[in-house]
Design a protein around this ligand. Structure first.
Ligand code: TYD
Length: 161
């Protein structure tokens, strides 16, 4: 993944870990809460043994949860969709992850045989925080847009004479 990659979707960003190269004695990667990762880390989970190359994971968004997703071995495609824009990123660099903020539909696919995904999350597991239905996601994200629009001060939408 290119470290200069520009995220075009909302509620995302690059997460660059602290990194010490100790080769040939290994590499050391560090994620600290409120430093390389912009939230307090309450949960860590990882996914391995992605033997099915046609596997597709994710296919949901969260209402409040923030997560940092890293590919710490191998590679996979991360598809992001904020309801307006979409972006596909090939994750293949353990030192550089992606922030998954709220209302960001995310799907993972095209896993290499050695892929290991590490996720750092801002809260414990809560099924009620998931949006698993894409139509609902589109309704909610277009609703968020309307709320933001309606909050604009009237003066800013009036033409000045
Ligand atoms: P899910 O988040 O949908 O996985 P992915 O995004 O990787 O495809 O979770 C799959 C299942 O695991 C689902 O039944 C919920 C459960 N689960 C937990 O119980 N706790 C957790 O912390 C996570 C991430 C999932």
């Amino acid at each position: 993944m290119n470290k200069n990659l520009k995220l075009v979707v909302k509620n995302s960003g690059l997460l660059a870990l602290k990194f010490f190269k100790d080769l040939p004695d290994g590499n050391l990667f560090i994620a600290e809460a409120r430093q390389q990762v912009p939230f307090d880390i309450k949960r860590v989970y990882f996914i391995n043994t992605l033997a099915n190359q046609k596997a597709v994971r994710g296919k949901h968004a969260h209402r409040e949860l923030q997560q940092g997703i890293f590919c710490i071995s191998g590679s996979f495609n991360l598809h992001l969709d904020d309801g307006i824009r979409k972006q596909r990123i090939r994750l293949n660099d353990p030192s550089c992850g992606i922030l998954l903020g709220p209302f960001l539909w995310h799907t993972m696919s095209s896993f290499s045989y050695d892929c290991v995904i590490l996720v750092l999350a801002s809260a414990g597991f809560d099924e009620a925080d998931y949006i698993r239905d894409y139509d609902e996601f589109r309704r909610v994200t277009s609703g968020v847009g309307r709320v933001e629009e309606s909050k604009k001060p009237i003066s800013s939408t009036r033409k000045t004479r």
